[in-house]
Design a protein around this ligand. Structure first.
Ligand SMILES: C[S@@+](CC[C@H](N)C(=O)[O-])C[C@H]1O[C@@H](n2cnc3c(N)ncnc32)[C@H](O)[C@@H]1O
Length: 242
């Protein structure tokens, strides 16, 4: 059982149980927001998914979310009653409103496999920012995708005897496919398989910086695990000032 490529149609139902509340990442994002825009009030998250990050930021910010997956948004709506959550494509959305910060995290931008789509997101983010506002996003680096592809599958038990197996395999034009297999325990040793395939691509940091420089006045990069980013950085955070 699975949805169209990258729809999260099958995986949405299991996302929170397998990814947890994402508190560590939310704390890191909050620290970057505080450092670069201490007076920010309004935050828009692109590709907000089930709303885990927004849920943790909503005590400090007026939050809004955009995502393409109806299944992910349905879960977010239950967690964030009263919050504006819009089903739209982050490459083309137009909310007719500006924010102090725009976020796009947990390698959501890697879900776009063409660089012109990344540039479309940069344009939409800039259009939705107040002057002096910040666009904060993270990526799985080229290094991370290349080193994960073909590695032994990751296995995670969760819930009441449910199991997730993720295999990362090569896809065309340098992309990789995350094959997410969820074995939902129905009863005893009977399982139902839910399969979603999420394609990701990445691009060299210098190419990303060059595209960002056309639209933002300053760009900073961070690796949460190191004092500064290196060739071995797996997840790179960008902070860009409008
Ligand atoms: C890994 S999840 C991240 C969710 C959330 N940001 C978090 O940190 O938990 C990636 C999300 O990107 C969304 N997505 C993928 N392509 C999209 C697009 N073109 N426009 C909007 N959302 C998209 C998916 O529906 C999914 O919810």
């Amino acid at each position: 059982m699975g949805g169209p490529l990258g729809s999260y149609g099958a995986y949405a139902r299991f996302y929170d149980a397998t990814q947890g509340d994402r508190a560590g990442h939310a704390t890191y994002i909050r620290s970057l927001l505080k450092k670069h825009h201490p007076r920010a009030n309004t935050v828009l998250e692109l590709a907000c998914g089930t709303g885990s990050i927004l849920e943790q930021l909503q005590s400090s910010y007026d939050v809004t979310g955009v995502d393409l997956s109806e299944q992910m948004l349905a879960i977010a709506r239950k967690k964030l009653p009263g919050v504006r959550l819009v089903r739209s494509d982050m490459r083309t959305f137009d909310l007719g409103e500006r924010f102090d910060a725009v976020l796009c995290v947990y390698d959501s931008i890697n879900h776009l496999t063409q660089f012109r789509d990344w540039e479309a997101v940069f344009r939409r983010a800039r259009e939705h920012l107040n002057d002096g506002g910040i666009f904060l996003f993270d990526i799985n680096t080229v290094h991370r995708l290349a080193s994960s592809s073909g590695a032994p599958p990751m296995v995670q038990w969760f819930g009441d005897g449910d199991m997730m197996v993720i295999a990362i395999v090569d896809a065309p034009r340098g992309a990789v496919d995350w094959e997410i297999n969820v074995f939902e325990r129905v009863r005893g040793s009977t399982y139902r398989l839910h399969l979603d395939v999420i394609r990701e691509a990445s691009f060299p940091t210098e190419r990303i910086r060059a595209a960002l420089r056309k639209r933002f006045t300053r760009i900073w990069t961070y690796d949460a695990r190191r004092a500064r980013p290196s060739a071995r950085t797996d997840r790179l955070h960008f902070v860009c000032r409008a």
